[in-house]
Design a binder for this molecule. Structure first.
Ligand SMILES: Cc1cc2nc3c(=O)[nH]c(=O)nc-3n(C[C@H](O)[C@H](O)[C@H](O)COP(=O)(O)OP(=O)(O)OC[C@H]3O[C@@H](n4cnc5c(N)ncnc54)[C@H](O)[C@@H]3O)c2cc1C
Length: 415
């Protein structure tokens, strides 16, 4: 006999977006079914760079989460960022030691599996969250005032007034509902591996972005971790490599072996896992992210920074906004297309400025001479250095988050 579960809210996907939405609802005593297809944790393909903004948002959701992440053996607090120009000059921007009223780290690097496990463990204390693991939702039926979800094996059925899709980059179910087509213009690709023994000659603790001429507008990253490990990878927009038979994995090893500044740093390094790649749905413009009885958040809503490939902070923020919208729908008993449209407005009000900035930066990053000029000049020109530093620090810590129209204080207000 199939099992049938009824709740007002169902969330598909227990990544940063889904967990944030679930905790936001649980803190308001709203029961929620959270459904995740993986029965055990797996190491998501990711750089594991967690921005100050993401940390601030998580702290506001549940202040114990950050302590737990910092306890993970490989987690490292970021001291700053180093940006390497195509002609191999470096701009080094230190981060402040702490950010915000709660003295949080300005950013961290960690193993993504540890990060996801901490988030999943954090939901244990909320009895309102009913967590279903190992259930792959593969079918959705829209009723007159509800949605019916069924698992691939047809053993589980969920009836709900509102589905929050937090199902990541390959969320074909929500893409279908919103008539969204993934294509080479709105998709990025990332590839990463964990390396042991990479050398950090000066300040270990700085995250590094290498804008190598072979990769523009993409880059190679080196993110240091504890225990002599580093997460190393390439971020690229799909448009750049499409149809060119570029093998990114081969390119990564060629760059490490042949680039004169990278080669000495990898001479004693060994790869400690498989190199794997995954796609990033980029925030290049507005798209539909809600409809009758559903909301879409995180990667499923194409909220990844097109310039940097970062998506965790936006996944958490959009998950919280989706949770708040769900609370509003319950209060008003309105799950209609027109009522939920307010969610799209909130998301784009919050992110539109960032998206424009990222897309402009992506455009400039195609031009090696311009990048050389900006990075080189910043080292001599104090005004330019301050401008870039503020941008990078702001970017990483998002100090302005409190000033946004949607404020995190909203969480406290409705509690
Ligand atoms: C190589 C690479 C490097 C990256 N590096 C960084 C970085 O350093 N910093 C950063 O901020 N961002 C980075 N990103 C982006 C970041 O990984 C994502 O933006 C982030 O994970 C999005 O969170 P999410 O919750 O939306 O989706 P996800 O984390 O993908 O979670 C979605 C969840 O939904 C589940 N799911 C999917 N379909 C179903 C279904 N049908 N039924 C049930 N469950 C389902 C999945 O199993 C998954 O657990 C990187 C991405 C890539 C590819």
């Amino acid at each position: 006999m199939p099992k049938v579960f009824n709740t007002e809210i169902c969330i598909i996907g227990a990544g940063p977006a889904g967990i944030s939405a679930a905790i936001c609802l649980a803190k308001n005593n709203i029961p929620v079914n959270l459904i995740e297809k993986n029965s055990i944790s797996h190491d998501k393909i990711c750089g594991g760079g967690i921005s100050g903004k993401a940390l601030q948002l998580l702290y506001n959701l549940d202040n114990k989460i950050i302590d737990e992440i910092l306890l993970q053996p490989e987690t490292k607090i970021s001291k700053g960022i180093k940006i390497f120009s195509p002609n191999n000059k470096v701009l080094s921007v230190p981060f402040p030691k702490e950010i915000g009223a709660n003295s949080l780290p300005p950013g961290i690097t960690c193993k993504r599996i540890d990060f996801d496990n901490v988030l999943i463990n954090a939901i244990d204390k909320y009895p309102c969250i009913n967590f279903f693991r190992g259930i792959n939702i593969s079918k959705i039926e829209q009723g007159s005032d509800s949605m019916k979800l069924s698992s691939e094996d047809e053993k589980y059925f969920f009836k709900t007034k509102l589905v929050i899709f937090a199902s990541g980059a390959n969320s074909w179910l929500s893409n279908k509902l919103t008539n969204f087509n993934k294509d080479i213009k709105n998709t990025g690709i990332g590839l990463r591996g964990y390396f042991e023994g990479v050398e950090f000659p000066n300040d270990k603790g700085f995250i590094e972005l290498h804008f190598l001429k072979e990769l523009l507008p993409g880059y190679l990253w080196i993110f240091p971790l504890n225990n002599n490990l580093a997460n190393v990878g390439i971020y690229q927009i799909l448009k750049k490599i499409h149809g060119k038979k570029i093998n990114l994995k081969k390119l990564l090893f060629e760059l490490i072996d042949e680039n004169k500044s990278l080669r000495p740093r990898f001479k004693n390094a060994s790869i400690s896992n498989n190199i794997q790649s995954f796609n990033c749905p980029l925030s290049i413009g507005k798209r539909k992210i809600s409809g009758s009885n559903f909301l879409v958040c995180g990667d499923a809503a194409s909220l990844v920074n097109s310039f940097s490939g970062e998506g965790i902070g936006n996944a958490i923020e959009s998950g919280i906004i989706a949770g708040l919208q769900a609370i509003n729908s319950i209060k008003n008993n309105d799950f209609s297309d027109s009522f939920l449209k307010e969610y799209d407005n909130k998301i784009y009000r919050n992110f539109e400025k960032d998206f424009k900035l990222n897309n402009r930066a992506l455009k400039h990053a195609k031009n090696a001479s311009l990048l050389n000029f900006i990075i080189n000049s910043s080292n001599y020109n104090k005004i330019l250095f301050n401008k870039i530093s503020n941008l990078l620090i702001d970017y990483n810590t998002n100090r302005n988050i409190d000033k946004k129209k949607f404020s995190l204080n909203a969480l406290t207000k409705i509690r």
